[in-house]
Design a protein around this ligand. Structure first.
Ligand code: ADP
Ligand code: MG
Length: 831
């Protein structure tokens, strides 16, 4: 459909129902030409007709067919951003929100003041914004402020097939908001976009949409992709196999970009490093990006997967983009029609990799190797879209980010490890773990499909066709395997009291909802259900507890409910700046560079171990001594944040002190954001939080530990006493209310050498052992005071809860200690 922006009469033939508005867009000729080749352009009329005639539509189209970049443009041209409302589009990933807004602005020849983005910490939205890309978490927060979303005329939910939790909730909420808006005479449209045809959860769901929305399918022009299965399936060193296969493709096969799928950042770096070593490519010295990358390129793939998981992130957060992204980012439910896969075997079959061929062979074309994963700095990510240096072959080594959200130009070969890293959460025990497991068939086909975009492609799978046959067809929605207390709180704040009745596309289990309500009640965010009355009524009331004023305040903080509780308590003893810093640093993941990474050479090895000793020393210094040490790992975090801010938060400081620069910048932003959030709900005057904090005083440290206990009360552990040890493995173990087996303090913890009797922890991560992450000491006598809901009074229980403490201990002498070590320099007094 040829379309001239200036002259509506040359545009598509309009039915009378079409709005008279046609907003011209002045595109560059080459952009217009490229657009016309996109499959969605051919369907523009059908799509826009359906949008006009229905409040909600579902648009399905293969990745790369132009949904994300073109749909906002269709709507803009049809006048959906010319009235009061603007066009909103949500992405489950920050990367996509930022890069797609830039791409669309470029295609439309409009400034970023008009086509903008908003992600958790940043954005370029102005009053002139007409098209707004955002993460799904951002829109969810906006619904809290204005349930009718009056600012928008259209909401596009992109990547709905990913089934991210926030996307699911948004669809549930919008299924109610859209009819409400239309009833009030403020028309609004909802467009759900999906890369797969598996949309029954949205369309055949009477609870969600009483009359099913129309589904418009866009046929992608897909060239055949030849699938090459391995005859055998490497179980151990698949990363090594990936490397060999990629080398082989580069040496033996005709030009064309290579896209490699791995499971996580460490693997990506490992393969990038080996490829760069095998096929050296002289980069210009002005390419500072590369130098910067070396700084970030410090993580190495570890043989010990278990250890790797220890360093991994935190639990659930408000915003999808703040979920454990690199890994969370990768759990997905991508699907695609099986028929897109070509035939098995052809002349480009490389055969099996046997042994170690000479990877050093110098091919005629240099290999231009780029990593791609969500934690990577945006400038580095952007490189994959830029033209690779002339005469080179592009090789992108990626995590799942490249599976659907981003389309990398010029890919002819895909190398797929067939695995995906997922976070698992046991809702009974609260134990989290990362596991690498087989991906789904849909996901593997989606990966294969990334190669056949511009010419016939080839996909090399590191597993046999028999193994593929055993893959599950689709992966499960994220909401079914993560805790949901943050979602329940947000929904209660929207006055959705009966969360069980919410029209989820896929509902979380009743068990998970119950656990969430219980936790929120114990945090004081929800009203307690009645204890007397008919059993049936009590049970029902337990699942519809309304939100308390404290709960409302907590819901306005963009952090998990346990942390929100701490913020709500933070004003006491002038602790707020520290609570904010503590919460921010627990929320941002991977603050410290990994000290356990294996060295590439002997030389490096000795350097590393020297460095490690120095960095460990630094961490001990941050942990302090005496009373501050009892704050444990959180004192180390506070010390790191304090020292880094005092030094001006520079990349140099971070590098010399083993801190991740990106994480530190994120903590700084989050501190600002949380300060504003706390001030906004506070009736008294706001606090000013200086980014440079003085170290907390002794009484502030005690207060902080109590605030931690109040927030993490259900994460309390008691050291197993000598007489309780039934198994030698229990030595140094801790007992928690929920687990039968003991949990342990990790050797890298500040409290490892002097394990206190009672601790609270951020989460239990199962690796080689069940380790508590981020541990602080608490005093037993605080427990009945601060956690009365967990304590038992009266006659002894038949089986006493293992950690109930009769508070017999005397107040410890640490309160009288006067020794306090300043862990970072005191800032100059600013008045
Ligand atoms: P979909 O959302 O259907 O997956 P997109 O709208 O993201 O498709 O992309 C459509 C096409 O636009 C892609 O096939 C790609 O060729 C092109 N494209 C998208 N983003 C970029 C970019 N940043 N640089 C160059 N081309 C891009
Ligand atoms: Mg898209």
């Amino acid at each position: 459909v040829e379309k001239s922006a200036q002259q509506p009469k040359d545009g598509p033939v309009r039915k009378p129902s079409q709005p008279a508005v046609f907003v011209p867009v002045d595109r560059m000729p080459e952009i217009q030409e490229a657009r016309l080749r996109l499959p969605v352009l051919a369907e523009e009329q059908v799509i826009m007709e359906a949008v006009r005639e229905n409040p909600c539509i579902v648009l399905c189209g293969e990745t790369g067919s132009g949904k994300t970049t073109q749909m906002p443009q269709f709507l803009y041209e049809a006048g959906y951003a010319s009235g009061k409302g603007i066009i909103g589009i949500t992405e489950p990933r920050r990367v996509a929100a930022v890069s797609m807004s830039q791409r669309v602005a470029m295609e439309m020849n409009l400034p970023t003041q008009v086509v903008s983005y908003q992600i958790r910490y940043e954005g370029n939205v102005t009053t002139d914004t007409k098209i707004k890309f955002m993460t799904d978490g951002v829109l969810l927060k906006e619904i809290q402020k204005d349930f009718l979303l009056q600012h928008y005329s259209v909401i596009i939910i992109d990547e709905a097939h990913e089934r991210s939790v926030y996307t699911d909730i948004l669809i549930g909420l919008l299924s109610r908001i859209v009819p409400l808006r239309n009833k009030k005479g403020l028309p609004m449209k909802l467009i759900i976009m999906s890369a797969t045809l598996r949309v029954e959860d949205f369309t055949d769901n009477k609870k969600l949409f009483p009359s099913p929305p129309p589904v418009i399918k866009v046929d992608a022009r897909q060239f055949p992709v030849s699938i090459h299965f391995n005859k055998r399936t490497p179980m151990e060193d698949y990363v090594g196999e990936i490397f060999h296969k990629t080398c082989k493709i580069h040496r033996m096969l005709p030009p064309g970009g290579i896209l490699v799928f791995l499971t996580g950042q460490a693997e990506v770096h490992d393969v990038c490093r080996r490829l760069r070593k095998a096929f050296p490519f002289r980069r210009s010295t002005t390419d500072t990006g590369e130098e910067e990358e070396t700084f970030k390129d410090t993580r190495r793939f570890k043989k010990d997967k278990q250890k790797q998981a220890v360093a991994l992130p935190r639990i659930h957060l408000d915003n999808y983009s703040a979920l454990p992204v690199d890994e969370g980012d990768e759990d997905r439910l991508a699907g695609v029609d099986d028929d897109e896969c070509g035939y098995e075997g052809c002349e480009l079959d490389l055969g099996e990799d046997e042994g170690d061929p000479d990877e050093k062979a110098d091919p005629s074309i240099p290999l231009y190797v780029l990593p791609l994963y969500s934690l990577l700095a945006p400038e580095q990510q952007a490189k994959v879209f830029q033209a690779s240096p002339a005469g080179t072959r592009l090789c992108v080594v990626a995590t799942n980010v490249a599976e659907t959200s981003l389309t990398i130009p010029g890919i002819k070969y895909v190398v797929d490890c067939g695995r995906v890293k997922k976070r698992y959460y046991d809702r009974v025990t609260g134990v989290s773990s990362f596991k690498v497991s087989w991906t789904s068939q849909a996901s593997a086909n989606q990966r294969a499909g990334r190669s056949g975009r511009t010419e016939p492609g080839h996909c090399y799978r590191l597993f046999s066709s028999a193994v593929f046959g055993d893959f599950s067809e689709f992966s499960e929605a994220e909401i079914t395997r993560r805790p949901v207390e943050d979602l329940v709180l947000q929904m209660k704040d929207l006055n959705i009291d009966k969360v069980v009745n919410f029209p989820f596309p896929t509902a979380p289990s009743g068990e998970a909802l119950m656990a969430a309500e219980q936790l929120l009640v114990s945090l004081g965010a929800l009203e307690e259900p009645p204890r007397t009355g008919r059993v049936k009524d009590i049970e029902r009331a337990k699942l519809s507890c309304p939100v308390t004023p404290l709960g409302r305040a907590m819901a306005s903080f963009p952090v998990a409910p346990r942390f929100a509780k701490m913020l709500a308590l933070g004003r006491q003893q002038d602790c707020l700046p520290y609570v904010i810093a503590v919460v921010a640093s627990m929320t941002v993941r991977e603050i410290f560079e990994d000290l356990e990474r294996p060295a590439a050479s002997e030389d490096e090895s000795s350097k590393l171990s020297q460095n490690k000793a120095r960095l460990m020393q630094m961490r001990r210094l941050w942990a302090g001594q005496g009373p501050s040490l009892l704050l444990g790992d959180l004192m180390v975090l506070l010390g790191a944040v304090g020292a880094c801010e005092y030094a001006g938060c520079t990349p140099q400081f971070c590098e010399t002190n083993g801190l991740r620069y990106k994480a530190m910048v994120e903590i700084r932003r989050l501190r600002g954001q949380l300060t504003n959030a706390v001030n906004a709900v506070c009736s008294e005057g706001g606090v000013f939080v200086d980014s440079k904090m003085a170290p907390p005083t002794e009484s502030q440290v005690i207060c902080l530990r109590q605030i931690l206990l109040a927030g993490l009360g259900d994460h309390l552990a008691r050291r197993i006493r000598e007489e309780e040890i039934l198994d030698p493995k229990w030595k140094n173990g801790y007992k928690t209310p929920l687990l039968d087996d003991p949990v342990f303090i990790h050797p890298s913890s500040a409290l490892f050498k002097k394990p206190p009797e009672f601790v609270v922890y951020q989460e239990v991560m199962e690796t080689t052992k069940m380790y508590m992450r981020v541990v602080s000491a608490v005093e037993p006598e605080w427990i009945p005071q601060l956690l009365p809901q967990y304590c038992h009074y009266g006659p002894p229980l038949e089986t006493p809860a293992p950690w109930l403490c009769p508070s017999t201990g005397t107040i410890r002498s640490h309160c009288t200690s006067t020794f306090y070590r300043v862990a970072w320099p005191l800032p100059a007094v600013e008045k």
